[in-house]
Unconditional design. Structure first.
Length: 338
C-alpha cells in the first residue's frame, strides 16, 4: 500500500510501505478522505512537534476510512461503516513510526470498547481519541472536518465559556475561527478575534463573525483590548495557535477573575512563556467523543456549515502542494481525497 511519510524533517514522501497484520480488535479501513491539520501536521513535517522528531513516519490524523474487514473480537464496527481517525499500526520491526499515522491506503481502527469489556481488560487505550463511526449517509469529508470542529466544541465546553463572558481568541486559522463560532453559540457577551495578518483576520472574520478584531502586532494591543471591553478585560482568553508568547500577551488583558486556556501545542523550538505557570493559565484537554452526536445534530439543523471551512480539495498525491498553499496563506483548510 502507499502512504504519506515524513522521510526526514522538511521532506515529504509518498511511497509504498508494507501493511501491518490485523489484530483481533482491529477493523481494517480503506481511506477515503482526509485533511491537513494546519498546525500539528506542519510542526510534524518540519520536525518541531515535541516528542515526534524521529523519521520516517506516517503523517495524518484528520481522516475517514471505510471498514472493509473486522477482527475476530470486534463488536462495534461493521463492514461499510465510515470511521474517523484510522491509523496504521506498524510492529517495531517495520522501523516506520506513526505521527499519527492516518495517511495510508489502508489503516486500522481499534475496538477499544470491546477491549475494555474483555475479561480481563486488555490494557491501555490504543489511541487518545475514540475512533467513532459517522452517522449513516454522512459525507466522508464532513466526517473529516468534524474532527477539528468537535474537538474545539468540546474544548469550549470544558473551558466553561458561557453566557455573559468576554472572550479573546488568538488564532485566525480553522481552530481559532471555530473557537469564535462556538464561543458565540455558548452565549458569550463579546468575542474578540486576534490575529497577526490583516488578510487572515478578514478571512476568518467572514466565517465566524466576531464582535471585533485586533492585530497582535499593534504596539497598543493590550490597551486596545481594554478599550473594547470598557476597561473590564476578558473573562476567557484562548490560545489556539500553539505559540507560548501569546500567554504573555494575554495575561494583562484578563479581567480580575479571567482565565487563559491553552489549546495549541507549541513547537519544541520555542522558549517557555514568561507567564506559563501563572495561576490562571489552564491547559484544557478536549474529548471530541462527548459532543459527537450533538455536532451532527447542529449540522443537520443548519447551525454549523462545516464545508465553509474547506478552501481547497486535492488528491492525496498532491499533499505537498497542499502544504505549500497553507504556508503561503493561499489556503484556509485543505481536504484530501484518495
Amino acid at each position: 500500500m502507499n502512504a504519506v511519510l515524513i522521510e526526514r524533517a522538511h521532506e515529504l514522501g509518498f511511497r509504498e510501505v508494507p501493511e501491518a497484520p490485523m489484530g483481533d480488535y482491529h477493523a481494517r479501513t480503506r481511506l477515503v478522505a482526509g485533511s491537513i491539520c494546519n498546525s500539528t501536521d506542519a510542526k510534524l513535517l518540519h520536525g518541531t512537534f515535541p516528542g515526534c522528531t524521529a523519521f520516517p513516519a506516517v503523517l495524518g490524523h484528520e481522516a475517514v476510512g471505510e471498514v472493509t474487514a473486522v477482527g475476530a473480537k470486534v463488536r462495534n464496527y461493521r463492514v461499510g461503516d465510515l470511521v474517523i481517525r484510522p491509523r496504521v499500526c506498524f510492529p517495531p520491526e517495520f522501523n516506520i513510526r506513526e505521527y499519527f499515522g492516518s495517511f495510508a491506503d489502508f489503516a486500522y481502527v481499534t475496538d477499544q470498547w470491546a477491549m475494555d469489556d474483555a475479561n480481563p481488560p486488555t490494557g491501555a487505550r490504543a489511541f487518545g481519541h475514540p475512533q467513532q463511526v459517522l452517522p449513516a449517509g454522512t459525507d466522508p469529508m464532513l466526517g473529516v472536518l468534524s474532527i477539528t470542529l468537535k474537538e474545539t466544541l468540546s474544548w469550549i465546553r470544558r473551558f466553561a465559556v458561557g453566557k455573559g463572558h468576554r472572550v479573546l481568541v488568538f488564532g485566525t486559522g480553522p481552530v481559532g475561527t471555530a473557537f469564535v463560532l462556538f464561543s458565540r453559540m455558548a452565549g458569550a457577551k463579546q468575542v474578540i478575534l486576534a490575529g497577526r495578518t490583516e488578510s487572515s483576520i478578514r478571512r476568518a472574520a467572514e466565517l465566524c463573525h466576531p464582535d471585533t478584531s485586533v492585530n497582535v502586532t499593534d504596539p497598543h494591543f493590550v490597551a486596545r483590548v481594554h478599550e473594547i471591553t470598557n476597561g473590564e478585560g476578558v473573562d476567557r482568553a484562548i490560545e489556539g495557535v500553539g505559540d507560548t508568547s501569546v500567554i504573555d500577551l494575554a495575561v494583562p488583558c484578563l479581567s480580575p477573575e479571567g482565565q487563559i486556556g491553552l489549546y495549541g501545542v507549541a513547537p519544541s523550538t520555542q522558549a517557555k512563556a514568561l507567564h506559563a505557570n501563572h495561576p490562571r493559565v489552564r491547559a484544557i484537554s478536549p474529548d471530541e467523543s462527548e459532543v459527537h452526536e450533538e455536532f451532527f445534530s447542529l449540522v443537520r439543523e443548519g447551525r454549523i456549515d462545516a464545508f465553509a471551512f474547506l478552501s481547497h480539495r486535492l488528491p492525496i498525491r498532491d499533499i505537498g502542494r497542499g502544504f505549500s498553499l497553507l504556508a503561503n496563506r493561499e489556503a484556509f483548510k485543505v481536504g484530501l481525497d484518495w
